[in-house]
Design a protein around this ligand. Sequence first.
Ligand SMILES: [Zn+2]
Length: 324
Amino acid sequence: MRKPRYTFNSETNEYERIYVTLAQRVIIVLRNIFFSIIFGGLAFLVFYMLIDKPTVQEFENENSQLLAQYKVLSSRLDRAMLVLQDIQQRDDNLYRVMLNAEPVSDEARNAGYAGTNRYDHLLGMNNAELLVETTQKLDLLEKQLYMQIKSFDEVVALDKDAEERLRHLPAIQPIANRDLKRTASGYGYRIDPVYKVRKFHKGMDFSCDKRTPVYATADGVVESAKWMSGYGYTVVIDHGYGYKTLYAHLLDKKFLVKRGQKVVRGEQIALSGNSGKSTGPHLHYEVINKGKHENPINYYFMDLDADGYDQMLQMAENHGKIYD
Ligand SMILES: [Zn+2]
């Protein structure tokens, strides 16, 4: 029950009760409601501003920034892939060709993840296409980098092997003969100096005085240093990788190496002589590759330049005389 209100009448010196009309009452109620709403709204605003909550607009801004960054990352990945492709091309077309190795197959390089569901978890997300595409690129880049590292490991191993193999490949003349004055006759069918019939000459003859130093033409192990029928005192060196060289008609028992001894290219192994079936002092030299005799003229590449090779070829072919 509302309390009655009074006002003081100074004329009558009495308190008089005030009777509020219905209209006045309605106005009072409405005014109270109005102020409540204003106060409540203000309080809400103050609280809302005090608690720092991002707005939808802010979310949208952030989202579009992230999207832009994602696109930048995606195009940077494209560039990284291009750099890697360049490295792969050099690997296949330069290093592997130089080292006589097969290029890495496209399947091995590009083996992807087609047909798998490894990207399913991304599909439900916003911008799923961009996410899947970028993740795929990263996966491919990672895999190809791994393959490239493996390939380079192989190239390094091949290179070491090639260096080792080169040291074991006959590559110089067995006597000092840079001016080619000692070249007598070459490989192929020749008239036998003793029997006077056409016979296959399996090596190359260098005419030289007795006691001329004879050198190993590549690294290897002495297979034998002994008398051999027809060849006289002979040294055979096994170079590995299928190669052997033979040095014949050496000076009697003047071997400087013995069986099982390791030798390096350019190391003196004997002195030249005239032992065995021979018509004059000379060194007979053979190159054997996987059991087959080869023309030694193709195995002087560290000694002879192109002109020297040409000159020796002419001399060895045209010089009729062999010493056997
Ligand atoms: Zn000969």
